[in-house]
Structures are given as C-alpha cells and as structure tokens.
Design a protein around this ligand. Structure first.
Ligand SMILES: Nc1ncnc2c1ncn2[C@@H]1O[C@H](COP(=O)(O)OP(=O)(O)OP(=O)(O)O)[C@@H](O)[C@H]1O
Ligand SMILES: [Mg+2]
Length: 351
C-alpha cells in the first residue's frame, strides 16, 4: 500500500495548458475521485500518475518515492481503462492472470491470486469461459479482477463503469466499494458522474479547466461548495444561485433578515433544492412555480424567485401546481454565500 503525492504538476500540449498546477495528497488506502466535466484534465492527470504521459513540470511521489521517469510497470500500480481490454482469445482465468504472468509469478502464486481476485469480484464460476460468453458487467469485473490480482499498491481507474447500463452501474459501484474497502488499495478514480463520485469516494477532487477547484469528503463538498462551479456541478438538481441585495450586512429572505458576510452591494445565495420548507406566502421567499413534477420520492418544483430560475424539492405529498405562487423558508443553517463577481464562496476553504 502507498500514499501518492501530486506536487505542482503542469502539463502543456503545445501552447494549451491541460493541467495548470495540480497538487493533491492521497493517503494510503484512500479512495479519491477526480470529478469534472469533459476536457478538464482527469485522464491526463491519471496517465501522468501511471507514467503513460510525461508531465511538463512537477513531481509525483508514490510511497514517498519520486517516480518521475520510471516506467509504468515499475510504479507498483495497476490501471483499469474506460474501454477495459479483456483479451478475447484468453479464458477468464488467463485474463485475470495476465499481470501476474508479466511479473513472471510462479504457478502457485498465479493460482492463489487469481482465485482470490475472482472470489472478490464473484467471477469464480466463469474462470474457464472465454469473454465472449460473458455479459458486459461480467467482463468489466474481469478487468477489475486482473488489476487487483497483482495486489497493486495503487489502483488507477478511468471511468471503469461507463459502458454499463444504469442498473448494472449501480450494482457494480456498490460491489467495487465493498471490494476496495476490503483490500485497502489506494485508489484514484476518474469520473464525470457526480453520483458515482459521491457514493464511492473518501474524498473528491473537483476539477475544472485544468485546475482542482475543491478537494474534500463528498458531504462537505456538497454542503459547502467552495465555488459556484462546484455547487452547480454536484447535486441533482444543481445548487440554486439567487442574487440578492444586501442592506446593513443582511438580506431579506421573505420576512426574515439573514446576516451575511458582506455589508452592502449584491450577494449570491447558494441554496440546495432540498434545504427549503413550505411557509406562508407572507413569511417565505416567494416562488413562482412553472412546472411541478411528482417524482414519487419527492416533489420537484421548477420556477423563479425574484425572476431568477430555481429548482426545489418538497415532500412527495405536497399539493403544488404550475402557476402557483408559494412561500419557501430556507434552512438558515444550510446557506452558502458567494461573491457575484468571482463566484467564490465567502467563508469556505477550497481544501
Ligand atoms: N495528446 C494530446 N494532445 C493535445 N491535447 C490533448 C492531448 N490529450 C489531451 N488533450 C487535451 O487536454 C484536455 C484534457 O484532456 P483529458 O483527456 O485529460 O480530459 P478528461 O477530463 O479526461 O475528459 P473526458 O471526461 O472527456 O474523458 C482536453 O482539452 C484535451 O483535448
Ligand atoms: Mg477522460
């Protein structure tokens, strides 16, 4: 097992700066996700950790040892790619054994390790089959088993579940979490799926435009986004952003005055859709409902507050219809305040 230190990594492709200066410490046995939109640099960073791509500057340390210049196979890691490659001409057993064979492991170790990895991923019944006789999810598990069989110090995964249908994805996510918790492998996991990152990770690094916007445990990032980008990227529906005028260090939320970390001017309220309760119209923030969607587990309302678009979540039994104007009371302990100019949260540290 090993910790990973990513120290001021920059990567340029010609004049394009794909990674601007990335620093991140990942603890021994920790599961960290790199989460961000397409093109933000997730795969590039993962490939630099793996040694498949060379950094422009900066340093990577694995287990305290600088690995710059070391070949991928000498870094003590295993990788599962987005388009997981299982070899069609090899049985599942030989697929899982592949990394061990490369290491010239003896027959006893190969057998022990393959059986252990197969048991963890519940693929023992298929060891003699060829991959074309497996479902997509089973093949995905073979790819993960192959990575785990070599007992890597570090496991790197790039969107490993992206080829699966929604149900299987959910199942594999849970399975993967259980497996990696049991093995204690340090894991870096690339995804653009925020629910996946939330569910799996000890910590999430949210990336945007070649930078890390915020690093922290899922619930902390969800509740206290450091920037407007993070609040909008994480959560379904995304965080609402409502621009409000400040007077004497407070804003009016309906009939209530709420102190804010700013004396005057405008401020942006970051409000999670579920952090509101119905209130009498005379007391609450007025929401003009445009669409009301009964989702079964909750009621999703889309509309405007002070002319600004908002989506909120109420209990499933509430009777609210399109065209209604209702009062909402935001939970004062769950509010985020952001600068309208920079989009940076006032009072939230990025790390
Ligand atoms: N070999 C390359 N040459 C030039 N530009 C590249 C190269 N590899 C990546 N890039 C650019 O660097 C940026 C980051 O790419 P990267 O593959 O790391 O994104 P990503 O976050 O993994 O995105 P996705 O979610 O779509 O996989 C992109 O703008 C991409 O076009
Ligand atoms: Mg990618």
């Amino acid at each position: 097992m090993a910790n990973i230190k990513i120290d001021r990594i920059k990567k340029s492709f010609g004049s394009f700066d794909a990674l601007k200066e990335i620093s991140l410490d990942i603890g021994d046995g920790e599961f960290v996700s790199l989460l961000g939109p397409s093109g933000c640099g997730k795969t590039t960073l993962l490939r630099i950790i793996a040694g498949l791509e060379t950094e422009t500057s900066g340093e990577i340390l694995i287990g305290g040892k600088a690995v710059n210049g070391l070949a991928p196979r000498d870094r003590g890691l295993a990788m599962v790619f987005q388009n997981y490659a299982v070899f069609p001409h090899m049985t599942v057993f030989e697929n899982v054994a592949f990394g061990l064979r490369m290491q010239k492991a003896d027959a006893t170790r190969v057998k022990t390790q393959v059986e252990k990895a197969a048991a963890l991923l519940h693929i023992e019944p298929y060891l003699d089959r060829y991959p074309n006789k497996l479902s997509g999810g089973q093949r995905q598990r073979v790819a993960v088993a192959r990575a785990l069989a070599v007992e890597p110090q570090v496991l790197l995964m790039d969107e490993p579940l992206s080829n699966l249908d929604a149900l299987l994805r959910l199942e594999m996510r849970t399975e993967l979490k259980a497996v990696l918790q049991a093995s204690g492998t340090t894991t870096v996991y690339v995804t653009h799926d925020q629910t996946e990152a939330m569910g799996l990770s000890d910590r999430i690094a949210v990336m945007y435009n070649g930078r890390i916007e915020q690093v922290g445990p899922p619930v902390e990032i969800y509740s206290h986004p450091a920037t407007r980008f993070v609040g909008g990227f994480i959560g379904n529906p995304p965080m609402n952003f409502i621009r409000l005028p400040v007077e004497g260090g407070a804003v009016k939320l309906g009939s209530q005055a709420q102190a804010v970390p700013q004396a005057s001017g405008d401020i942006v309220l970051g409000l999670r859709g579920e952090d509101v309760a119905l209130a009498p119209l005379s007391e609450g923030l007025p929401l003009d409902v445009r669409v009301s969607e009964p989702m079964g587990s909750h009621l999703l309302l889309t509309g405007t507050i002070a002319g600004q678009p908002v989506r909120v979540i109420l209990p499933p039994g509430e009777k609210v219809r399109a065209g209604d104007r209702i009062g909402l009371r935001p939970d004062p302990s769950r509010l985020t305040w952001l600068s309208p100019d920079t989009g940076i949260a006032l009072n939230v540290a990025a790390n």
